[in-house]
Design a protein around this ligand. Structure first.
Ligand code: TRH
Length: 396
């Protein structure tokens, strides 16, 4: 007979509140799948905005508050406000609170009761109840204080300990997430026929290496017209893939157009193709296809780094302007060639100098080399889901 304790082993909960956009859902979804597929765990992902996740994972059913995937090893549950209707039992081995999203009170109370029971049973160690291990998964930041805080435990007033786990770009952090088959997929995608088939599947034009291909995922940015003007000064075709969303809305406003997915806009050598928002599982291919990738937030920023291609990061802007410190910290560890550094800073400030793209293009070989070397560096940090499981085992 399976005891409750055996059922608990190897099962993790992840809680996610979507603040806005797709980063919170994107990170927790990727983590849930990695914990299932790479670490062999059972995972329940509790998310308060199923629609945000469904944009990334179209196979999810918006009408279903509880659905099962990966042969039952991954459950997606809607985290609703009325927690009395939700059954959390049994508590898992580990709970991940994503980005300080505040675990439900009822859940914390159960953890507290479980801890008290565990303390009473401590003498019969062999079959004692093991308290759920509580981790707060933090946002990615390259700031130097992160290394000092990664892995720390903080004793709460209710007697529970909350552990802080930081993804990161340097030694002493949790690293970044990466699927086991990523490198094989990336290599296979070098094949032109595979690229063309992928483009056909998503109804996107394919272009040969004479065309500069760019993916354009960013927040609203007044610098877009200037970027397009600078592309028009190049003596080669430019094809930009612009996903539906904030930057497209800005482009439509600026140009008094109403471009939709599937439509394109052309002026001189520059073509903008509006693409539907891809499922998360198809987004890497877009990054591999392009010569330069504009990315934003956290998740696409990480994927662009793994892609090993030059990229321009539009950082998530915060009201207190703390994002500038974070951008500076990233540039400090990433150490890109000066031209790319200038472009990233100018793109984030919404104003480009007239020759910034030309300078980037002149440094193209150095930029490609740098992006590839950085990818190798990231690999050496170890993969986040593996580091996370190791951290739990070590701390327990
Ligand atoms: O959507 P974002 O702006 O998310 C942001 C950040 O995560 C930010 O740190 C956080 O505080 C804020 O949300 C609340 O950008 P991000 O993080 O890149 O997430 C986008 C996700 O969408 C990522 O998983 C990649 C994916 N994506 C697709 O799946 N298909 C697409 O076509 C595109 C363009 C992106």
């Amino acid at each position: 007979m399976t005891s409750k304790k055996t059922e608990q082993a190897g099962s993790w909960d992840i809680f996610c509140r979507v603040v806005d956009n797709f980063g919170d859902a994107g990170v927790t979804w990727r983590l849930a799948r990695l914990l299932v597929q790479k670490q062999g765990l059972h995972v329940r992902l509790w998310i308060d905005d199923l629609a945000a996740l469904q944009t990334l994972v179209p196979e999810l059913d918006l009408a279903s508050a509880k659905q099962s995937l990966e042969a039952g090893r991954l459950e997606v549950l809607v985290w609703c406000d009325d927690l009395t209707s939700v059954d959390f039992e049994p508590l898992p081995q580990v709970v991940i609170e994503a980005f300080g999203c505040d675990l439900p009170q009822a859940y914390l109370q159960m953890m507290q009761t479980q801890l008290q029971r565990a303390k009473l049973q401590v003498k019969q160690a062999a079959d004692a109840v093991k308290p759920t291990f509580w981790i707060n998964l933090e946002y990615l930041s390259a700031e130097s204080w992160v290394v000092g805080c990664h892995g720390l435990g903080s004793l709460q007033s209710n007697g529970l300990t909350r552990h802080f786990f930081f993804p990161g770009l340097v030694e002493g952090t949790g690293g970044l997430m990466l699927e086991s088959d990523y490198e094989d997929r990336r290599q296979a995608f070098q094949n032109i026929e595979i690229q063309q088939a992928w483009c056909r599947q998503w109804r996107l034009p394919w272009a040969d290496s004479n065309t500069l291909k760019v993916s354009l995922f960013a927040y609203e940015n007044p610098a877009l017209p200037s970027l397009i003007e600078q592309w028009q000064q190049l003596n080669r075709p430019v094809l930009a893939y612009l996903p539906e969303g904030k930057l497209l809305a800005e482009f439509n406003r600026q140009s008094s157009l109403n471009l939709q997915a599937g439509e394109s806009w052309q002026q001189e050598n520059v073509t903008l193709v509006v693409m539907p928002f891809l499922p998360q599982s198809a987004y890497d291919e877009l990054l591999w296809l392009c010569d330069v990738n504009f990315v934003r937030g956290e998740e696409s920023f990480v994927r662009a780094q793994w892609a090993g291609k030059p990229f321009v990061w539009h950082i998530y802007p915060t009201e207190d302007a703390a994002h500038w410190d974070k951008l500076e910290a990233f540039l400090e560890v990433y150490q890109p060639p000066e031209s790319l550094k200038a472009l990233m800073i100018q793109w984030n400030s919404g104003k480009l100098q007239t020759d910034v793209w030309h300078k980037v293009m002149s440094d193209r070989v150095a930029l490609e080399w740098h992006a590839d070397a950085w990818r190798q560096h990231l690999k050496n940090l170890g993969e986040l889901s593996t580091n996370l499981v190791r951290f739990v085992k070590k701390t327990l």
